[in-house]
Design a protein around this ligand. Structure first.
Ligand code: FAD
Ligand code: NAP
Length: 340
């Protein structure tokens, strides 16, 4: 365990916001976490930090103690008929896990390559990209309850994972530190998901008929490296808002007014509208406001041009929500977690 007082959080968040923490505690094992929790009187306000790639620090000083989850380890737990159950420490880097899986020819998460952050945070918003979500391979997780100081096990059903959502963003929000995650990966023959155009176009371009998980991994890494801003160069937290999902009645009114709007049917009553398109149509793509703005290649990504305060980015996000709502009557919901 390492405790740092008045710690700078600049290198602990991909927005690169220069906030400070009264106390930052790095833990490498569940026992260290329990030890720490037992030493302090009020554990209700504690915050848990992973890779800081989905957080916006609004205040410049974070008063609550912050636990940096550094629990590591990747292990095969069991193997059965081509299914391989793995246990991963919550502090492992997500992309490193994907690379490990592909190197070991284990399929299921290759479409999720190059998503920043830790394994422990991945189930919280049910990370997803290119038609795959962690819930497709998720088995269970363990977590320590911060107030009760005891371990809970959550099975897949109990996590209630949905589009960029889970029980950890709702009922259990802020109460747990996820410690280990169990995933069920596959030995060959693999099921390849190339449903997104960027992937199918790349396969066509490289004349690959029978793609392997390694091909998909390489393609995703290549597309993402070109399309998204690298947080090391320009601060961002990926998509700032979720893609809105609206019901049939709302969709019919919307599409009759804006017939060229891109959309995806989720089921008979739900339709997804890309938030990037809505923001772009309101003139925000590439637009700069002081130290912040919307990225030139992807309007959904709000960026820090260098010295932005959390409040500036927050305030731009509010303005975008208002403008989009006035034009389209669609409410954008932030995907990023706000820390005050
Ligand atoms: P953090 O930002 O550290 O934390 C996020 C939230 O989870 C916080 O509320 C925190 O308190 C909580 N938390 C973190 N770890 C734990 C834990 N162990 N126990 C309990 N609570 C915890 N997301 C996608 O879904 N798909 C994408 O394709 C994608 N692309 C991205 C691209 C870029 C360039 C960036 C910057 C972000 C992208 N994201 C994407 C968002 C982000 O990478 C994911 O949400 C990721 O899972 C966040 O992990 P983290 O460890 O950085 O979490
Ligand atoms: P894209 O492929 O240009 O697609 C634009 C939007 O249309 C995406 O939001 C995607 O929804 C939707 N879409 C595209 N093809 C679809 C299909 N076949 N079926 C259903 N929906 C479809 O998006 P992009 O910006 O380059 O991102 C590529 C992938 O990485 C997406 O899945 C995106 O979610 C993910 N990503 C996420 C973040 C983040 O921070 N959350 C950041 C960057 C990229 P979905 O978003 O629902 O997939």
């Amino acid at each position: 365990m390492k405790i740092t007082k008045n710690a700078s959080l600049k290198s602990y968040n991909t927005f690169g916001i220069d906030a400070k923490a009264n106390m930052l505690i790095s833990i490498n094992h569940e026992d260290e976490l329990i030890d720490f929790l037992e030493k302090i009187s009020d554990t209700s306000e504690i915050k848990i930090l992973g890779g800081g790639s989905n957080i916006l620090f609004i205040n410049e000083q974070i008063e609550q103690a912050i636990i940096k989850n550094d629990i590591k380890g990747i292990a095969i737990v069991s193997e059965d008929d081509g299914d391989v159950l793995i246990q991963v420490g919550a502090g492992e880097n997500w992309h490193d896990l994907v690379t490990w899986a592909v190197e070991n020819n284990l399929g299921g998460i290759e479409n999720l390559a190059l998503i920043p952050g830790t394994v422990g945070a991945a189930p919280i918003q049910n990370i997803g990209a290119y038609g795959v979500e962690i819930k497709d391979v998720f088995e269970a997780l363990t977590a320590i309850h911060l107030q009760q100081k005891k371990e809970y096990v959550f099975t897949k059903d109990e996590c209630e994972m949905d589009y960029r959502d889970s029980i950890f963003k709702n009922e259990w929000k802020g109460q747990l530190c996820i410690t280990r995650v169990y995933l069920r990966l596959k030995r060959p023959p693999h099921q390849i998901n190339s449903s997104y155009k960027d992937i199918s176009n790349a396969l066509e371009k490289h004349k690959i008929d029978l793609a392997t998980i390694k091909d998909i991994y390489k393609i995703v890494v290549d597309i993402r490296s070109h399309k998204l801003p690298d947080p090391n160069d320009i601060g961002n937290a990926g998509s700032f808002f979720k893609n809105p999902i609206i019901n049939k009645e709302h969709f019919e009114a919307f599409i009759s007014k804006f017939p060229n709007a891109p959309h995806w049917k989720i089921n008979d009553n739900e339709f997804k509208i890309p938030a990037a398109w809505l923001i772009d149509q309101c003139g925000y793509k590439g637009k700069r406001k002081g130290n912040t703005g919307c990225y030139k290649n992807q309007a959904l990504v709000l960026v820090n041009y260098g010295n932005a305060k959390g409040k500036e980015i927050w305030s731009l996000s509010k303005e975008i929500q208002k403008t989009v709502f006035e034009k389209y009557q669609i409410k954008l919901i932030p995907e990023v977690n706000f820390w005050e």
